[in-house]
Design a protein around this ligand. Structure first.
Ligand code: PEP
Ligand code: MN
Length: 336
């Protein structure tokens, strides 16, 4: 059960609500986010919702049978929109493209990417400065020094930054330079990291785990929300299956299923989703038709020379073609 409290609820009223829930054997969790104040009741007993909903200090009450509560569409029917400022919004009919290299490599590379994005009307640049790599000997990112240059160049061009955070201890350092924290597939169930990202007022894009179920992704998002941060997006980036003909199996099904189960925006990552450059476009367009609110794609001036994920990275010319088709595909979907 989700109880949304009035902003100015009195401590005595709050206590009454908690007592009432305890009487019906519900465990109570108090959640304060940047926008609202909730009590999450978890229990099995049947109860008369009117007996609780009429208590003073309660704004709204909903039964939510899912294991995840606050991210469920069962209580919040309308889509959530993530407003990044300066007219950049994700969700509710605002289609955005996030593009950039897998890894931030140099100042020159950032400048070149920014120019490409500006030329194509793209407002969000991706790029990792902390890279989770299968081998410890692969390039692992430029760290905070790279992030500072990334920030300066993007700020000057009016571009927002999405970049991966891998550890709780990185959050504070990264905070001033980041517009969206990306949680990578390998950290999708790093509950300490999710708890900590719940305490910041910056949007988070949470990727599905390599072998993560949809339910696990939603419960991971619940960690962030229940710790105080409502600004969450989910990302389908492919899961591991028995198929070896491509890198990952992009689960197109997950997109409409997530859109049904949650009010949060859903992003599709066709680059990691298929992992093969020449198929990124087809998969990206399919993701948009399936209902994605945004696409995140890897592009590089010279993909063959990229420090990571070159095999799935588009050239600028390929990127340009993709953006045009994505926008047309989104308009087509909206016209259905
Ligand atoms: C990335 O976005 O470059 C990345 C490492 O993604 P994932 O966590 O989905 O593998
Ligand atoms: Mn990558």
């Amino acid at each position: 059960m989700i109880i949304q409290l009035e902003k100015n609820i009195k401590p005595t009223q709050l206590q009454k609500v908690q007592e009432k829930l305890q009487q019906i054997n519900y465990k109570t969790n108090e959640v304060k986010t940047q926008y609202a104040h909730y009590i999450i009741g978890v229990g099995k007993q049947e109860f008369d919702i009117r007996g609780i909903g009429t208590l003073p200090g309660i704004r709204d009450i909903h039964r939510v049978s899912d294991a995840y509560k606050l991210v469920s569409r069962k209580w919040k029917v309308e889509d959530t929109r993530i407003d990044l400022g300066d007219g950049v919004k994700i969700g509710t009919g605002n289609f955005e493209i996030m593009a950039g290299p897998c890894s931030i490599e140099s100042e020159a590379q950032i400048e070149s990417t920014v120019a490409h994005l500006v030329e194509n009307g793209i407002r969000i640049m991706r790029g990792g400065v902390y890279k989770p790599r299968s081998s410890p000997y692969s390039f692992r990112g430029l760290g905070v020094d790279g992030l500072k240059i990334f920030y300066e160049k993007c700020k000057a061009a009016g571009i927002k930054i999405i970049t991966e955070v891998m550890m709780v201890s990185q959050i504070e350092t990264m905070l001033p330079y980041v517009d969206i924290f990306q949680v990578g597939a390998r950290n999708s169930q790093n509950f300490n990291l999710l708890d900590a990202l719940g305490e910041v007022d910056k949007p988070v894009m949470l990727k599905r785990g390599i072998s993560g179920t949809i339910d696990e992704l939603l419960q991971a998002a619940e960690y962030i929300f229940s710790n105080g941060n409502e600004r969450i997006m989910l990302c389908e980036r492919g899961i591991r299956s028995y198929e070896k003909a491509y890198r990952n199996t992009l689960d197109i099904n997950a997109i409409p299923i997530l859109k049904e189960k949650t009010h949060l925006p859903v992003i599709v990552d066709p680059s990691h989703g298929v992992g093969v450059r020449k198929h990124v476009e087809a998969v990206a367009l399919a993701g948009v038709i399936a209902g994605a609110d945004a696409v995140i794609a890897e592009v590089h001036e010279c993909p063959e020379k990229a420090f990571s994920d070159g095999q799935q990275t588009l050239s600028y010319a390929e990127g340009k073609g993709l953006y045009n088709k994505l926008r047309k595909t989104f308009a087509l979907r909206e016209s259905f």
